[in-house]
Design a protein around this ligand. Sequence first.
Ligand code: ATP
Length: 582
Amino acid sequence: MKFSELAQYFDKLDETSSRLALIDILSDLFKSVKTGEQLEKICYLVQGRVAPFFEPIEFGMADKMIAQALAATYGEEKEAVLKQYGKLGDISLVAYEFAEKHKHGSELTVDQVFVALNEIASTSGAGSVEKKTTFLKDELLEKLDALSVKYVVRILLGNVRLGIGDPTILDALALAILNDRTKRKVLEGAYNRTSALGLVAKTLKDHGIKDVEDLKVRVGFPIRSELCERLPNPEKVMEKMGEVDAQYKYDGFRVQIHKNGNDIRMFSRNLEDMSNMFPELIEGARTQIKSKTAILDTEALAYQPESEEFLPFQETTKRRRKHNIDEVAKTLPLKAFVFDILYADGKSLIDEPQTKRMEILKKVVENGDVLLPSPGKVLKEAKDLQLMLDDAISKGLEGVVVKKVDSPYVAGGRNFNWVKLKRHSSGELHDTIDCVILGYVFGKGKRTAFGAGALLVGIYDEKNDEFVTVSRIGTGLTDEEWRSIKEKAKGLESDHKPARVNSLIVPSVWVKPHIVIEVLADEITRSPMHCAGASLSKEGVKEAGYALRFPRLVSFRDRDKRPEDASTVDELIKMYKQQSVK
Ligand code: ATP
């Protein structure tokens, strides 16, 4: 397939406001692809990548480098390019304009562009800026038409943002190859175990659905995390779950540790590779994991074993950084509380029951300074669970996580196998809700200067893979944060409603779902203005949605959560019901 054909699909995807149309366009694209290998590449390219999300591949290109390459390709002065950039505010549009004017041919295939992009990503070290810009000019820009140039530039800047989530790609694959969208579930299972969309697509195309079902957990491929449901109190837990393995709920960040011989890799909850960030955990994993291969589910945080002191989350997050790593590793060393084992000695353990996995965990992970095996306590009585909860709170922890003793590890699942119990679960809303910014309204008065004056935010509708509005937010942000909204929204703004957004409110500016924020509200209420949980028909609202009362921003979570990791409609409705029980 020529890259120019793919660029036309990109353009159609960019223009649509409907998720169903996204699926249809993608499915047409997938149908036209001949081989599994090519399908794999295309799955990554439509997400602006050349590898799965968890591979830490970066192009290392900046607007200025692109401007330099554009000037050299099209025989323009760099100043002329920059002037146009100042006017349009988006270098990919400048690239398109110049390429249109100078009309180069369009020779390259998808494979050739894919190889060239990889070449740019792997160029590093001294003189790499010069090498990359020259390579971009010679091997890509000079051989591509205007539309292709626009999207190649966007890919290089990490700016494709067609708003295509993984479930949408899986839907389109199921439709294109199996002619049946309901089969997405099977594909999703394999995806949850491997996190590699391209691998799922390639296997499906080359070998069919049976082989997709057989795709197993593998070291080096992060497993999508299992998550917790909520219940209000220990009595309800025992009623619903029977015997449970009760573990402390540590408030740090989730790290999945993969060991393959001497090679250790670590992934965050949103599947980002964090291997370089925590040298002390790497060392700990090398010395304390006794099996040759293993995958551990852990929570990493700063902890003083002598005083049993857990440092607050804000302290721990200081470690999520890319600079001076060795220095901060010394001043704020992390421990990893190991609460699950998903793989050992070449075998997947996710289908083993909780108690069996905990036994294996105790054998495989040796006690030591860095990895702290935390298999929990098996409890039957509500009063014992209450005691443990009180104990956790008194230690400064968030609460406990209880796990059904006979449950397997459900990759990517959120169900009543795991339940979190916090001190205030039964009170008014104390748990925060993770929302996605979907738009903003221009500011008035002092906020005129910031650009944004109120945010339109939504949550994730898992069933439809859409973002549905739940609130407007005008408080909780400092002046600096209001300004940063404009900055963060750069490149995400859209003049039409993004395809996977469902909203009755039209903001001044739409923002493609990307920025996750943590929000605290007083209450969840029903509202005909919001789409979360609403039932809508052509005539209007059939059943009101849910909304947040007195919402305020607690923190930005875009560094550790993807939009699909936001709170879901199901969760919100359950929280609403628990609140009304009270
Ligand atoms: P947030 O990150 O805002 O707390 P979340 O949805 O990721 O939201 P919760 O559902 O509140 O998290 O709780 C699950 C999280 O708790 C896990 O993702 C993990 O990071 C953390 N955690 C701490 N201790 C444990 C434990 N013993 N077992 C499982 N998860 C734990």
